[in-house]
Ligand binder design. Structure first.
Ligand code: F0G
Length: 459
């Protein structure tokens, strides 16, 4: 299906040069990196799709904010501005700055999980899972079954499976569950949106059982745009109104501002409960810094305050989601399997389908990521069994529900021509898919291993 490209609602003022190494050079670089894309130098990458996190291009207004940033230790101007904007957008009475999403998790999750055994989410992002485990609890994913079939169209593949959620609560005991988390959009399922109806229903179930309901808000603006497009109740609502409808159900939220607030660094925690907020402030001071800067420079806080507004601009979101839909359209034409319909921040190529001869314990999605680098200098990453890691109890390799190679698109950075290079590279790889081999791990740390593990191709 030909999908038209929605033109950029901006022009470009500052550029960064890119260089494409030769195939031989790329072979040497990826071997030196022990076949771990995180160990590649960015200068050796042509198109960097490793993440959409902190990799966006700031606007001229945000750069102007960098000069306005007030670097006072306490009570800086930018602190008040970000507080005002965040409270206005999310409608939460208490908001705390932190330096990124995982810092928000590190501060908040141990408070919610104290004396508890479980956290249940539609899907936990890997750092969220890590902080649940570090707080001594287990993280359970409970996404709708529709998400698992990458070929089937479903409007809200990010949704919580509320029937299964109720069963989990009955089996595990509500008193053992510290928090129910809704990740919007659902990154691990493919940047898939969650409907407001599902957020409301999940919140209701949580509250009926006396369990805290939290939103992981990393990509809340993209989620809200999908709601506007796909959920009848909200077709005439503004994105800002949809955000309100989503967050009014939540007791608290964590947010990596490096995504939908289009900044290179930043995070937020929001909550409604004053006693919880007191604990958040105490922990922020010891882990992040005084509460009015929360581990951030004043200049970055100013850019964040501005980015919160730009991230929910509907012209921007139409272009942003449009880029994803254009790339997905080209891949569909080329017969490349991916999580369909495409999500908000990335195309998740279904490596299980593209490389069916590679079993999960030889990491097909990682193999495809490496192949993309060899083919065209593109850096993508595995969201599959390689990222999931080993069972914390038995040490055995877990099998992920998906084997995705994620092509995360940085915000306002790459053009239509770059997207065509990506599509062409995958189409070329498909031609020789059968000859691609799996990988084995030769060295790995116990937690979040995908960042630093060393791999070798299986001959
Ligand atoms: N929650 C979600 C849904 C995320 O996608 C991320 C980060 C985090 C929390 C943690 O935020 O990086 O600011 O500490 N996701 C990035 C990614 C890293 O590539 O998807 P952070």
């Amino acid at each position: 299906m030909k999908v038209p490209y929605i033109p950029e609602p901006f022009r470009i003022k500052s550029v960064e040069p890119l260089k494409l190494l030769t195939r031989e050079e790329r072979e040497a670089k990826i071997a030196e990196a022990n076949y771990n894309v995180f160990a590649l130098a960015s200068r050796d990458v042509y198109i960097d799709l490793l993440t959409d996190s902190g990799t966006g291009a700031m606007s001229s207004a945000q750069w102007a904010g960098v000069m306005l940033g007030d670097e006072s230790y306490a009570g800086a101007d930018c602190y008040y501005r970000v507080q005002d904007n965040a409270k206005k957008i999310f409608g939460m009475p208490y908001v705390q700055l932190v330096h990124q999403g995982r810092a928000a998790e590190k501060v908040l999750l141990p408070i919610l999980l104290e004396g508890k055994k479980y956290a249940i989410a539609n899907m936990h992002f890997d750092t969220t899972r890590a902080h649940v485990e570090l707080a001594g609890a287990r993280a359970i994913d409970c996404v709708v079954p529709e998400a698992l079939d990458t070929t089937k169209y479903y409007d809200f593949k990010g949704n919580m499976d509320t029937v299964r959620l109720v069963k989990y609560i009955e089996e595990l005991g509500a008193e053992n569950i510290g928090v129910i988390i809704m990740t919007i959009t659902n990154n691990s399922a493919g940047g898939q949106p969650v409907s407001v109806a599902n957020i409301r229903e999940t919140a209701k179930i949580a509250h009926e059982h006396g369990i805290t309901f939290m939103i992981d808000a990393a990509r809340y603006a993209e989620n809200s745009y999908f709601v506007k497009e796909r959920e009848a109740e909200f077709k005439d609502a503004s994105v800002a109104e949809i955000v309100k409808a989503e967050f009014e159900c939540a007791d608290c939220f964590t947010m990596s501002a490096k995504k939908d607030a289009i900044v290179n660094m930043g995070g937020l925690i929001g909550c409604r409960d004053k006693a919880v907020f007191e604990l958040i402030k105490q922990r922020t001071i010891s882990y992040e810094g005084f509460i009015t800067y929360g581990g951030m420079s004043g200049r970055d806080i100013e850019a964040l305050a501005e980015g919160l507004e730009e991230g929910i601009d509907e012209n921007y979101l139409r272009y942003r989601i449009g880029q994803m839909q254009y790339l997905a359209g080209r891949l569909e034409e080329g017969g490349i399997p991916f999580q369909s319909p495409v999500g908000g921040h990335a195309v998740f190529v279904d490596a299980k389908k593209l490389l069916p001869h590679i079993p999960y314990y030889e990491f097909p999605a990682q193999a495809l990521a490496i192949e993309l680098y060899l083919e065209a200098g593109i850096r993508a990453c595995d969201i599959g069994s390689y990222m999931l890691g080993n069972d914390p109890d038995t040490g055995k390799q877990l099998e992920a529900d998906f084997e995705f190679t994620r092509l995360a698109i940085p915000r306002r950075v790459y053009t239509q021509a770059h997207l065509d290079v990506i599509a062409d590279a995958l189409i070329n790889i498909k031609e020789r898919a059968r000859s691609i081999k799996g990988y084995k791990i030769v060295e790995e740390p116990p937690i979040l291993r995908h960042f630093t593990a060393k791999l070798r191709p299986i001959e």
